[in-house]
Structures are given as C-alpha cells and as structure tokens.
Write a protein that binds this ligand. Structure first.
Ligand SMILES: [Zn+2]
Length: 323
C-alpha cells in the first residue's frame, strides 16, 4: 500500500447515510482539513429509515443534525443531503444527475466514496443496497460531470476531478496515516458520556490500528486498548464484543483461532464470527472453541479471563431480562 497523495485542495466525500463517513474516513478528513484543505460531505439520504423503533420523521432530522456536528468536529462545514429515500436508493440516471450537479458546483479535485462491493470482504456480510447504488453512481457521475453533453441543465461541466478513492474495500491500495493527527479528546468523549450515563450496554471494538495506542495489535486484539484504555481509563465494565474476526485484516494476518484467543486475552467478552462456514466446510465457531479449550488446558490462556467474560455476558443477559 502507498500513502494517499495530498497534493490537492478540494475534495467531496460522498456516501449513502449519516454515519458512513464516521467509520474511518472522518479521521483522514480531520488530517486533511488540518492541512488547510477543503472537504465537503454529500449524503444521498438522511438515514431516516435507520433506527428500529423510531419513526423516520424523527430520525431524519436527528441524523442530519448529528452528521453536521460530526462534520464540524473534523473541520467540515459544507454538508449536503440529496434526499433520496433511505433504504431505497436506486442506482440510475436521477442519482447520477444529482451527484454530477454537485460535483460541477463544488469542483472537487478528489472524490471519496465507500465500498460498493456486494459483500464486506470475501466472506463478510452483504453490503447495504444503498452503499452499492451510491458508490457505483459516484464513479459514473464523475464522468458525467465532465461531459458537457449530459445533464446540460446541471451547471457547466467539471472535468477536474482526477482521483476517486473508495474506502473500506477488501484490497486497499492506499492509506492515510492518522496516528499523529487523531485527537483522543473528541474521539473518546462519546464513550465517556455514554459510560457515565450507563447507556453503553456493550461496546464493539474495531480492527483499526493506532500505534500510539498499541504498537503491535489492532484494537480488537489489543490488551492496552480494551483492558487498559476502555476498562481502566474509561471505566467500562460491560461486555466488549469484537468486530468480525473473519475480516481479512484479522483472519489473514493473525489466523482466526489465534486472533480469537488473543481477543479474549485482550479483554473481549464476545467473539463475533459473521460467517461460520470455513473454506473446508467446517465451522469457524467450532474451530475457535477447540482452540480456546486447548489453550485453557495447556495453561496458555488464563481461565479467569474466560470466567470474567462469561460473567459480563450473564450480567448483560440479566439486565436485558433474558437471564
Ligand atoms: Zn450506510
């Protein structure tokens, strides 16, 4: 992988939903705005169909406001919504036209969007239909924006967008190092608030790597992050769930079973395996259980770690009335 070039001044980041950019891209955006670059956010929807139990009329304004605040934290003032329908975004000429019109008006040199692959990684979950529609339309709208003979009523053509970057793909080619620009204070504020108000029933780790937090392991496998920062410094005593241990960055680099044992030892309580079927037809969960038993028997995994995990899961179940 190579570092993403930074010899540009204007970018637009385009995604389907409020929160899509907060899964990683925003950290890079903070670095860029810190360099004086201009970044605008463009969202196809307001995410109004995204919260079970809350009506879209309430959720749309709430999530749009959240997105504006999140953008402000990383130095982004321009946040636009195309108001396509959340959950029902269609790839097609109307979406391409809306995107091209914004590209022509904002004249970005760089455009950033999110994975529009069918699945997250080879064995991961199916990627949201809206993500697939928006990502593909972004690629096409960059070309549309540059063609003066299409969408002639959507402003003068803009052919200056020379790079499109797609975040969250299985085989990335570029990276942005945010170790020195990531600011602990705003990033940890939501954790401090939710933990203090006892609103965090559980916390999911990510397989992100920050050498300032742990020079060796990504958060999901990091004792410094889960036990040190989350439980020690932030005082969280609820269950910690890993992100999918079969994601390529984890499974290929560490091995599924070794990663599972390491996550437990780091302080995780629930190990997430999104796709149980291994390439040889076996069960990933069974393979992990076998490994955990072996390590316990050989004394290489502390049984107290497993006991503590079980106790936290039981406490959560009791709290949720399923004990
Ligand atoms: Zn989304």
């Amino acid at each position: 992988m190579q570092p993403m070039p930074e010899d540009w001044t204007r970018a637009v980041a385009v995604v389907a939903h409020p929160d899509d950019l907060e899964y990683g891209v925003a950290s890079a955006v903070a670095r860029w705005t810190g360099q004086g670059k201009q970044v605008a956010y463009l969202l196809a929807t307001r995410g109004e169909a995204g919260i079970a139990g809350l009506h879209p009329d309430q959720v749309g304004p709430l999530r749009a406001a959240e997105e504006r605040r999140s953008a402000a934290v990383v130095g982004v003032r321009e946040v636009e919504f195309l108001d396509h329908r959340d959950g029902l975004v269609e790839y097609g000429v109307p979406l391409r036209r809306d995107l091209a019109a914004v590209f022509r008006r904002l004249q970005p040199e760089v455009i950033i969007t999110m994975s529009f692959d069918l699945t997250w990684g080879d064995s991961g979950m199916v990627n949201h239909a809206d993500h697939r529609a928006v990502g593909l339309a972004v690629l096409d709208a960059v070309r549309d924006a540059a063609n003066p003979w299409v969408f002639t009523d959507a402003g003068p053509a803009w052919g200056g967008a020379s790079e499109v970057y797609v975040a969250g793909v299985a085989d990335p080619t570029h990276f942005v190092d945010v170790t020195d620009t990531a600011d602990r204070c705003p990033e940890l504020t939501p954790y401090r608030m939710l933990i203090a108000e006892r609103l965090a029933d559980g916390i999911m780790t990510a397989h992100v790597f920050n050498r300032a937090l742990d020079p060796e392991f990504p958060a999901t496998l990091s004792r410094a992050t889960i036990t040190g920062l989350l439980r020690g410094e932030l005082g969280f005593d609820g269950p910690v769930v890993t992100d999918d241990l079969r994601m390529r960055a984890i499974e290929q680099h560490w091995g599924l079973e070794a990663a599972a044992v390491r996550a437990l030892a780091a302080g995780a309580d629930i190990l997430l395996i999104a796709n149980d079927r291994l390439p040889d037809g076996g069960s990933a969960a069974q393979a992990v259980l076998t490994k955990i038993r072996t390590r316990l028997l050989s004394g290489r995994l502390d049984p107290e770690v497993v006991e503590a995990a079980l106790a936290r899961v039981r406490a959560l179940k009791a709290r949720l009335g399923d004990g």
